[in-house]
Design a protein around this ligand. Structure first.
Ligand SMILES: C[C@@H](C(=O)O)C(=O)SCCNC(=O)CCNC(=O)[C@H](O)C(C)(C)COP(=O)(O)OP(=O)(O)OC[C@H]1O[C@@H](n2cnc3c(N)ncnc32)[C@H](O)[C@@H]1OP(=O)(O)O
Length: 236
């Protein structure tokens, strides 16, 4: 019922939006309870489907961002012409997961974000597989991961030597299919660090890192987040 109404509604808004919304909402493997559908929709497609209760329609379609549209030639966003990713793109970036900052003193940094930014901060968590200890700083919709070297072979040791006061270390984005993402990166000439196989990260999800020299000098982490986990976030 939800899928049918959504399809019918979206059809009114044009072919490009129809294809996008169908692939993300109607075809979503995370489909389920209707009450969550709106929240899930706006999460996946970045506000392209906006809840609205006028004229008996539960939703209306508004075009805000077109960065994750999977097909069609493009559209307009905020008055600017935008181009869509290639057709049949092999994976989807669902959004920003966290931004990591390497710090020389975890306790001091946690206290800084707690008392200066008013953030909720977690206890330090050792990640021996990754050679770091992390603290999560929760800032409403954004999470900062504070990093400090752990053990003798930490991958962030050199970074700390070059940036003794700390610095922006990496950006982590959530993806729906980390194996497809990894294959696509390698095909595109982007170096996947390590042996190319995902490891479990601090959230117990599979993660991979991409070489900074292939991404404008920025180290990227990809984290695959399961549907169940997203539902937990939406419920919270
Ligand atoms: C717990 C988990 C989670 O979130 O779930 C985590 O966060 S684990 C977080 C920690 N784990 C990781 O970072 C894993 C992936 N990282 C790595 O494999 C390594 O850190 C590399 C990125 C390959 C860098 O290795 P290393 O520092 O030993 O090599 P290197 O000094 O020769 O660096 C090679 C070039 O990359 C640059 N470089 C190094 N680290 C960088 C960074 N974080 N951001 C931007 N550029 C960076 C260096 O300046 C250098 O540039 P020039 O050549 O121009 O001088």
């Amino acid at each position: 019922m939800f899928a049918t109404r959504c399809r019918a509604l979206v059809r009114r808004a044009g072919d490009m939006v129809l294809r996008h919304v169908e692939s993300k909402v109607v075809g979503s493997p995370c489909g389920g309870r209707r009450g969550l559908a709106i929240a899930r929709t706006s999460y996946y497609v970045k506000q392209e489907v906006i809840p609205k209760n006028s004229r008996g329609w539960p939703w209306t379609v508004g075009v805000r961002q077109y960065t994750s549209v999977g097909s069609g030639s493009g559209g307009r966003s905020g008055g600017l012409a935008v181009r869509n990713p290639p057709d049949m793109f092999p994976f989807t970036v669902k959004g920003l997961n966290h931004i990591a900052i390497a710090v020389p003193d975890l306790g001091e940094a946690s206290e800084h974000y707690r008392t200066v930014f008013g953030a909720q901060v977690s206890e330090p968590l050792d990640q021996p597989e990754h050679g770091v200890t992390v603290v999560f700083v929760h800032l409403s919709t954004a999470t900062i991961e504070l990093l400090h070297p752990l053990g003798h072979n930490s991958p962030i040791t050199k970074f700390m030597e070059k940036n003794p006061k700390g610095g922006l270390h990496h950006i982590c984005v959530t993806v729906d299919d980390i194996h497809s993402a990894s294959k696509h990166m390698q095909k595109s000439g982007v170096g996947v660090l390590g042996n190319g196989e995902p490891k479990l990260g601090a959230h117990n999800n599979p993660v991979l890192f991409l070489h900074p020299k292939d991404n404008n000098g920025v180290l990227f982490e990809l984290e695959q987040v399961s549907c169940a986990e997203k539902d937990k976030d939406i419920d919270a």
